[in-house]
Design a binder for this molecule. Structure first.
Ligand SMILES: C[S@@+](CC[C@H](N)C(=O)[O-])C[C@H]1O[C@@H](n2cnc3c(N)ncnc32)[C@H](O)[C@@H]1O
Length: 298
């Protein structure tokens, strides 16, 4: 949905903050229940960033920086609870128009001024340098840019993982990309995403990580907290565990990290067709009330 000027269409969400719609991916950038709220609840609170920020240094990776809301909520929290914390932040983002329009249209005006200033610098130059912050945005396809981080042995204490949904953006939910992201997670670090899709959780498990459910703002389904160790993770419910035994758990694959979304979707469909896993319809019938049968977890 583009406005007559070619800009992305902007709409208010339930908490008063605004989001955008992506014509390219056919999705809203945030939960319509509240964009700023989502950044706090689904990302910052889910990893208990306020506690992690008590450390003297903190390294963050924001996969799919977008309008910068997850980064903003993190910086606001760190500045509030421990201004002495030294922060290193890297954001990955395909489309520079998105953060720039967020600044130009005043969508970031609800964040504290020092945070707004950082977002404005990042959108304009890809860098924000402060005595307490060293932040960089890496523009382009995250599948390629992540490899540069591996090269410098980047280790994040916290990773926000926020691509568009798996059906709309399968290229960022593949086992192959997730494995790359996993190498950037510190052994004691935490990754959080809004998705609880079985294919997504399987991808993290195949990358050698542990997964647990976590509250996700404004969504019917929980998100997923991911760590190297299962210590401290809430256990998956019986419903969630059984979901991982169905064909919905067949992961997306992209061995060269260069395939189109269509090719990745098709490869998964072919793998599902020959899979020995039980049809997902059985799981839906057992666990979901009839009105939910048409909208499985994402
Ligand atoms: C759901 S939005 C992220 C919202 C963001 N976290 C925020 O707080 O505003 C998904 C973002 O992923 C970006 N994206 C899509 N494909 C990408 C790719 N291959 N590499 C990097 N970013 C990508 C889109 O441009 C979009 O900004």
């Amino acid at each position: 949905m583009l406005s007559p000027t070619g800009a992305l269409v902007v709409e208010p969400t339930a908490d008063g903050s605004k989001t955008m719609f992506s014509e390219d991916f056919g999705e809203w950038f945030h939960s319509r229940q509240g964009a700023y709220t989502e950044a706090y609840t689904t990302y910052v609170e889910a990893v208990d960033l306020a506690s992690l920020a008590q450390a003297s240094t903190l390294t963050l990776l924001d996969v799919c920086y977008g309008l910068g809301y997850n980064t903003a909520a993190a910086l606001e929290t760190i500045l509030r609870v421990n201004p002495a914390c030294r922060v290193r932040l890297v954001g990955l983002e395909l489309d520079p128009r998105v953060p720039r329009q967020a600044v130009d249209d005043g969508l970031i005006d609800g964040w504290p001024t020092p945070v707004q200033d950082c977002l404005a610098d990042l959108a304009a130059t890809g860098q924000a340098q402060r005595p307490w912050l060293e932040a960089t945005l890496l523009w382009g396809d995250a599948r390629q840019r992540i490899q540069e981080l591996e090269g410098v042995e980047f280790q994040a204490d916290v990773i926000f993982f926020d691509p568009f949904s798996p059906p709309h953006c399968p290229e960022l939910w593949t086992v192959d990309f997730v494995r790359r992201v996993a190498t950037c997670l510190h052994p004691q670090g935490k990754l959080v995403t809004y998705s609880c899709a079985a294919a997504v959780r399987t991808a993290f498990l195949l990358a050698g990580l542990s997964v647990g459910p976590v509250n996700a703002a404004g969504r019917r389904w929980p998100g997923t907290l991911v760590q190297a160790s299962s210590l401290g993770l809430a256990p998956l419910s019986a419903q969630e565990q059984e979901h991982l035994l169905t064909r919905a758990a067949v992961p997306y694959r992209d061995p060269t990290l260069r395939d189109s979304a269509a090719a990745i979707r098709q490869r998964r469909q072919q793998e599902q067709a020959v899979s020995g896993l039980v049809p997902t319809a059985h799981w839906r019938k057992r666990w979901l009330p009839p009105r939910e049968k048409v909208s499985p977890p994402r």
